[in-house]
Design a protein around this ligand. Structure first.
Ligand code: SF4
Ligand code: SF4
Length: 312
């Protein structure tokens, strides 16, 4: 018989540092998500608006889903800025995490399916329309920080999420509890003032967020925002770097722990900013194979490198 404990052992064997289970009831954050989009904070990420209805139930992903297994993989590693070199967010330094996490989750699915042949399963990593952070919160993985990242009180926020949906009814975990208290470090450190509070809720205006601007935004970036992007070429880690929950402490030995996944480590040698600003399509194509950085596109990465050069 499959138990939640058994699933967690399997997740740990696959290298997931955190795993929790929650019932697949309706998500509670759908109205907040919809209002965030209506305010325009999603920028040009039009696919998010189109996905609201799909995200309002897991039935669209797995008919008859009863449990959500949320897994988290730590990707923390040193990533000091190097003058003249592109600055890439930590999660994107290694191999495309979708592939890494999907590989782990599909191995779990196959092992579990052998034990419960009547059950249905679905692996979801980032691409499926679900409110991922809410499900992970409900499964006990972490609570929402003011920077809108999910924070685990013992481990911090340098982790990526992957999910297994199942028609099995598994024992569930309690939702994660915790909070930022009076801390405002991320709000004060955010280079573009993208973290805002409205109607008592902290949210990120993606249109000002360097992660969005360097990865999802196509075309010109507002002249007002360009100088604030500093050296960030792909993504931005500032609001996590300053978070006290990501700082090492003797009483919290797991907090700033590095990743144990070799595929997340920086292995690629990136060209310097001058080279990247004028990289040929052919060279970009070879350089970004299997890397999350590919998402910014050829035009995007050249644009970002040009802005970084102007900001030196
Ligand atoms: S990722 Fe960077 S720009 Fe975006 S909210 Fe965090 S600190 Fe601000
Ligand atoms: S930096 Fe402070 S306010 Fe921001 S998420 Fe971390 S604990 Fe919360």
């Amino acid at each position: 018989m499959i138990t939640a404990e058994g699933v967690k052992h399997l997740a740990a064997d696959e290298g997931f540092e955190l795993c929790g289970v929650t019932p697949a009831g309706p998500p509670e954050g759908i109205e907040f998500f919809e209002s965030w989009i209506e305010k325009g904070y999603a920028g040009s990420m039009g696919w998010l608006a189109k996905s609201v209805e799909l995200r309002s139930t897991l039935e669209s992903l797995l008919p008859g889903a009863k449990s959500v297994i949320a897994c988290a993989a730590v990707y923390n590693q040193p990533n000091e800025p190097v003058p003249g070199q592109p600055r890439i967010a930590k999660y994107a330094l290694g191999r495309d995490y979708h592939k890494v996490l999907k590989g782990r989750l599909h191995r779990m699915r196959r092992a579990l399916a052998e034990q419960a042949q009547e059950a249905e399963w679905r692996v979801c990593v980032d691409s499926a329309p679900m409110l991922e952070r809410e499900w992970a919160h409900r499964a006990g993985i972490g609570w929402f920080g003011k920077n809108t990242c999910l924070i685990n009180s013992q481990r911090g926020s340098w982790f990526l999420l992957g999910f297994l949906l199942t028609t099995l009814d598994l024992d569930s975990d309690a939702a994660a509890e915790g909070g930022c208290g009076t801390c405002k470090a991320c709000i004060e450190a955010c280079p573009t003032g993208a973290i805002i509070q409205e109607d008592g809720a902290w949210q990120v205006d993606a249109r000002r967020c360097i992660s969005y601007l360097t990865i999802e935004h196509k075309g010109e970036i507002d002249a007002e925002l360009q100088p604030l992007m500093g050296g960030w070429t792909f993504g931005c880690d500032v609001c996590q770097e300053v978070c006290p929950f990501n700082s090492a402490r003797a009483s919290q030995p797991l907090r700033a722990q590095g990743t144990s996944e070799p595929d997340f480590l920086k292995t690629r040698a990136w060209p310097n900013l001058e080279q990247l600003a004028q990289i040929s399509h052919e060279d970009w194509d070879v350089l970004t194979q299997g890397s999350p950085v590919r998402r910014a596109g050829w035009d995007g990465i050249k644009r970002n490198a040009q802005i970084n050069l102007a900001n030196r």
